[in-house]
Write a protein that binds this ligand. Sequence first.
Ligand code: AGP
Length: 618
Amino acid sequence: MCGIVGYVGPKSTLDVLLGGLRRLEYRGYDSAGVSVIDPVEGLLTRKKAGKLDALISEVTEHPLPISHIGIGHTRWATHGAPTDGNAHPHLGGPHQKLALIHNGIIENFAELKAELTAAGTRFSSETDTEVAAHLIAREFENTGDLPTAFASVVNRLHGAFTILVIHEDAPDVVLAARRNAPLVVGLGDGENFLGSDVAAFVEHTKRAISVGQDQIVTLRRDSVEIHTFAGDKVTPEEFVVDWDASAASKGGWSSFMAKEIADQPQAVADTLMGRLSSSGTVTLTEIDGLSKADIASLDRIMIVACGTASYAGDIAKYAIEKWARVPVQVELSHEFRYRDPIITPNTLVVAISQSGETMDTLMATRYAAERGAKVLAICNTQGATLARESDAVIYTHAGPEVAVASTKALVAQITAGYLLALFMAQQRDTLSSAAAGELGRELLTMPAKVSTVLERLEAVATLGRDMADAKSVLFLGRNVGFPVAMEGALKLKELAYIHAEGFAAGELKHGPIALIETGQPVIVIVPSPRDSETLHPKVISNIQEIRARGAIVIAIAEDGDQLVGDFAEHVIFVPQAEPMFAPLLTVIPLQRFALELSTAKGLDVDQPRNLAKSVTVE
Ligand code: AGP
């Protein structure tokens, strides 16, 4: 996820671009850049790795002339480490007269890059993005018309992209295209704007247009034309932005956490993108370093992680053991290396980390590598220390997660765990291709089901606000619902600073049920009644046991569960899904419950006390 700004008009372009990038910095901050067109000097570009301040220093040291057309980008790296060379804008053509910025993933960049390389194009970055810059520049040289060249190329791109282009030989127009990534237009008087969201230009205008899927924008000072990729004219619908620049840094949301909860369908979809075919086959080129023979000879997988990431590991354990039949143990990173674990050359260590900088997890993987284990990272931060030190990396594509309490990174980690489990099952032939394909196709439906859950959160939000005075909340789950219960408890601890504890529901009678007294809130993740494991009746019995002792029960249950409503005071329903995938849905009401209860207590949900986004010390 990256920040994108485009401008054409009478203002100083650089001021507009940098101001917009500042408010979009939450979308990505590992490098930034701008390109402008000067009537005399032509296309000029400044770009720098690091946060936006590094770019500002660069343009201070190497000033740009006043210009009235330009594009700007702040990056969250997906392909290519965060370096000056990989920063956007990328330049196209032999004379570098074209500048291009991109948010998303061009899935078919490898074949396009091969085509260009065969034609003699030389690349200066490791990114997928640069391919589009060269293709459009070459097409412009062939056609002499930038809009035509632009449309021709964007029709060839697969994946997710918002792309903006300017060209020195067409100095009055910014072209933009949108497929599976956000793009909005800002409408001014004698000026017009583009952005990945309205935060890019809301200080200049509140009149906006949302660009639709597979649409192209031709933006000039006094005109905005929108066409489909096929060339049909589109009559856009204008809307007025109803919040001001101060809220802009969070994209209009009350908190980064609220925004990131809402980003979860995209986080799941982007993590699946390019790795799961429509037939349900998983491709993980990132772990080509682990051969089929390596995977077949694995005697054990040890998952090391901390906090929320460790719960993603717990869920991955269920999936890998069930489908790939490899023994898996999940270890808290900080415990792992102090217990003298048994590690053999056939042990695979999987390290899960959003930041890739958690020192406990880094030390655990270094310990394992020193003892001969291969290390596979599941990481959300391109180029992070963990990624650089591992034998292979599966990047999650949740985009930058700013709130300390992890939400979208978690669902992306869980998604990556499913992909790994299915891939290993394919490699080890432990699932029939029919069964693996069916699971893969079901996984493809999860982003839409996550979106459905987001539309049903008002009731649980109200419960969170109503329970603001609660001194303790318990969470129960079974099977893959157990890690979800643990995660729900962690969210409440770290956001509302109250006692919260997750239990395996079956553990209740072995002690924890003594905690139940009248009025004790208990959130129960209820397994699917359709699941062959018949866990459902057991959890219903658990609900009856705690209700009999005065608990207030909030159940998270599956659509169509006819029984749960007879026993729980409150039921939050989520869509039916493959039971193994249910955590992607059942965790979301728990996130919103914790956010609302914390907000009702007047606490800072984005920066809870005593916590840091990345624990870089042991
Ligand atoms: C989760 O909400 C917390 N922020 C914390 O438990 C976090 O998941 C843990 O510190 C691991 O961080 P990492 O994923 O960056 O390694």
